[in-house]
Design a binder for this molecule. Sequence first.
Ligand code: NDP
Length: 258
Amino acid sequence: MAAFKDISIFITGCNRGVGFALVKQILSLPDSPKVLFATCRSLKSDNSRELRELAEKNPILHLLEFDVTNALQLENVVKEVEAKLAGSGLNLLINNAGIYDLKNSEYGVVSCTLDEVTRDLMMKVYETNAVAPLMIVKAFLPLLRRAAKDPPFQPQATVVNISSDDGSVALNVEGGHYQYKCSKAAVNMLTVSLSLDYAKDGITVVCVDPGWIKTDMGGKAAPLTLPQAIPSLVKLIGSLDLSKTGSFLQYNGNTMPW
Ligand code: NDP
């Protein structure tokens, strides 16, 4: 993908953290996209206020309410995106929404060790981090295929699955964190399968570790700030093409070990 000029982009989990920073960074680029669909779980809650304010100032930014685990909402969101694209395809899909340990959730627990991990926690994190991205790609496949065929951008359809170094089996030297590590390892595997299945359609599929960043999930000990990591991540995404399909990359372009 030669940067973002005149393309259509869809990103999940945009009200805070990496997702919100991605939206802000893409909107600040001189080559702006044609349309940027930014989704979040609730457009009414206080934690989406900054995103709503950004949309008021940016006509290309379209906000959609979307819980990535909600199949009915996914169907409706795809219909809304298709209607807005009016015959064009979707050029870039970024599966960013994710959870780590549900410590601020209805579970009210931090689960890392085998003692602490539960079936419910495994299933919930796996559903959000691994099942949802796959179902989202499946639902958007016709629009991605359309974008890959649309001249003059051909091939111009890319899926970026936000993974983590925690999804790397090779880098797992501390154990624990069962729910998160397994979910991100699954993201890596489904990325490779998608890349193999859809290269023939001109669709690039990669997984990317955004770096350990200070966000609600990354925590205060993280070495990177969003302004340090996100411009590099956006530059990397803008440089992707089919030659990179099936890769596991770090935000700075380095190849990650599986
Ligand atoms: P945050 O916890 O700061 O933000 C997570 C985002 O995902 C929020 O917008 C949240 O929405 C959204 N989200 C969670 N569950 C759902 C859901 N079911 N439906 C829709 N949206 C949902 O995390 P980060 O921004 O740090 O992480 C973003 C991505 O980057 C994740 O995939 C994460 O695994 C990955 N990552 C992050 C690292 C880091 O150091 N920060 C390191 C490696 C990977 P809501 O406000 O509604 O909860």
